[in-house]
Design a protein around this ligand. Structure first.
Ligand SMILES: [Zn+2]
Length: 217
């Protein structure tokens, strides 16, 4: 899943209005952030295998440290604790904890049975990725719901808060749809590096427009 994770970050703002959007988004994206880093370190592995599911050309055969349920509970607790010491905001801690763990649930729905319960443990997955249309409908509806929730929970203080918020949504959709029409990636290294760079840009951008918006009462 890709934009569905961003949807969780947007939706969380309603429940944790004091938490910055970049932190609320980093939580559901954390598993994939760790994955790109662990791939580059050689701690986790994946290979390009066109047709592994209809949606993705990747065989995700080894990612227990970033993507097992038990490790995500651990990462959620680490990130939640870090956020608590920074902001002392319990609503934000809860939103971040649930956000990190939600990654497993959403990937479990989309992946084939490659999502480990714990490192070395059994793997699960419902395989929504076997349907391209099904995947895209679910993710785009999720993003729409998240964006609407965020737009209702906050209001723009200036033009940056307004236009860079909508620009972000448009860019996410362009990435998402464009990815469908691009050829298969050339190497796992390229995927990992693209992931790292894109994530940094998207989190900084989210933090930027969010700082130009305020909670509605
Ligand atoms: Zn993932």
């Amino acid at each position: 899943m890709f934009i569905g994770h961003f949807a969780v970050g947007y939706g969380a703002k309603r429940y944790a209005p004091r938490a910055p959007l970049w932190a609320l988004m980093a939580a559901p994206l954390l598993a994939d952030i760790l994955w790109t880093v662990f791939l580059l370190m050689g701690w986790e592995h994946a290979r390009i295998a066109v047709g592994d599911t209809r949606y993705t050309p990747l065989d995700l055969y080894d990612f227990p440290w970033s993507h097992s349920l038990v490790m995500l509970v651990v990462w959620a607790t680490v990130l939640g604790a870090g956020y608590f010491f920074w902001k002392r905001d319990w609503a934000g801690v809860v939103a971040i904890w649930i956000g990190v763990v939600s990654h497993w649930v959403l990937d479990w729905i989309t992946h084939r049975a490659d999502m480990p319960l714990y490192p070395g443990g059994p793997k699960f997955g419902l395989g929504l990725w076997n349907s391209i249309a099904g995947t895209m409908v679910v993710e785009i509806l999720m993003l729409a719901a998240g964006v609407v929730a965020y737009a209702r929970a906050t209001r723009a203080r200036d033009w940056i808060g307004r236009y860079f918020f909508w620009g972000y949504v448009v860019l996410l959709l362009i990435f998402y749809v464009g990815d469908r029409f691009g050829g298969p990636p050339s190497s796992m290294n390229e995927i990992a590096w693209t992931g790292v760079v894109l994530t940094v840009v998207m989190l900084v951008w989210a933090g930027w427009f969010d700082a130009h918006r305020e909670a509605r009462r």
